[in-house]
Design a protein around this ligand. Structure first.
Ligand code: SAM
Length: 281
């Protein structure tokens, strides 16, 4: 949190875009630091956090919009806000989404394997799992999950689905675990990489990160900051390359900022978070 707030370099009159509202932790911390002329415009692709924020945060300086962050420039135009002083993207899924048993993000719950950030948009993961060819599934699991056992897992999925559709997260997790040799290191569930891969595929996450990294510099005022937190190497690579390649951005983080020991104790999920900052020249 401190690093995000420092990274945004807020002043009381700043206008800030939070592209990934989620539970609103960052949004509320930003609002606390803005003066009466400051403004926060926050987006989420998932309608639930947007509604929750509208119900909870009744602050005239805040606007909450249900949209993909890729469309932020169009919304700003509609709001008559040509440029902003900071953009925050905290990528991936929120703790609320992970905890929601009906959406399938957690492989410990028996919810339907949906995995969509926006349940109104696109195809649920269980449909993909039951529809795609073995090769296509293996490619997704390999590319987006960096899972070296991708072929074995895809083969097993295709075998199981011959008998009955794979509908729940626990069913998929069981299949993946049965393909992975038992290891002494139990810190990460063997299903993690396959779930990550399907989630990225269903939501086309890497595509939207690329689009956003390309578009956000154009809406920043000189000195404005683009602050991005990513949770796996595929995203971090896109973020890093985009900041380095963009002539209108100064790279303020040659090395990404990572969670301190203290934060890791409080919030173990921050283990894989990497924060990068670009400043609009
Ligand atoms: C890690 S959470 C954000 C947590 C938030 N910063 C907080 O303090 O609580 C990521 C959020 O981004 C949203 N999201 C993911 N991809 C998105 C996209 N392309 N456009 C808008 N929101 C997206 C997810 O629905 C999720 O709610």
């Amino acid at each position: 949190m401190d690093e995000v707030i420092d990274g945004l370099n807020l002043s009381p009159d700043s206008t800030i875009v939070d592209g990934t509202l989620g539970g609103g932790g960052h949004a509320e911390a930003i609002l606390e630091r803005l003066g009466e002329n400051g403004r926060l415009i926050a987006f989420d692709r998932d309608p639930q956090p947007v509604q929750a924020a509208r119900d909870r945060i009744t602050d005239p300086r805040a606007t909450f919009i249900h949209s993909n962050y890729a469309d932020v420039p169009e919304y700003l135009q509609q709001l008559d806000v040509p440029i902003v002083d900071g953009v925050l993207l905290d990528l991936g899924l929120s703790s609320d989404q992970l905890a929601d048993r009906d959406r399938g993000f957690s492989y410990q719950s028996d919810g339907e394997l949906d995995l969509r950030f926006n349940p109104l948009d696109g195809e649920a993961a269980w449909r993909l799992v039951n529809r795609l060819s073995e090769k296509h599934l293996a490619d997704i699991i390999y590319q987006f999950g960096e899972e070296r056992l991708s072929r074995r897992i895809a083969r097993k999925i295709c075998l199981v689905r011959q008998d009955s559709q794979i509908k729940t997260s626990t069913a998929l997790a069981k299949i993946v675990r049965s393909c992975v040799p038992r290891s002494k290191n139990h810190s990460i569930d063997p299903a993690t990489r396959t779930f990550q891969a399907l989630r990225i595929a269903v939501n086309e996450e890497l595509k939207w990160v690329k689009v956003a990294m390309n578009r956000m510099p154009d809406i920043l005022s000189p000195g404005g900051r683009l602050v991005v937190i990513s949770f796996h190497s595929l995203e971090d690579r896109i973020v890093k390359q985009a900041i380095v390649a963009d002539d209108s951005l100064k790279n303020l983080t040659k090395k990404p900022i990572q969670a301190s020991e203290e934060e890791l104790l409080e919030n173990p999920r921050s283990r894989s978070a990497k924060l990068r900052i670009g400043e609009r020249i």
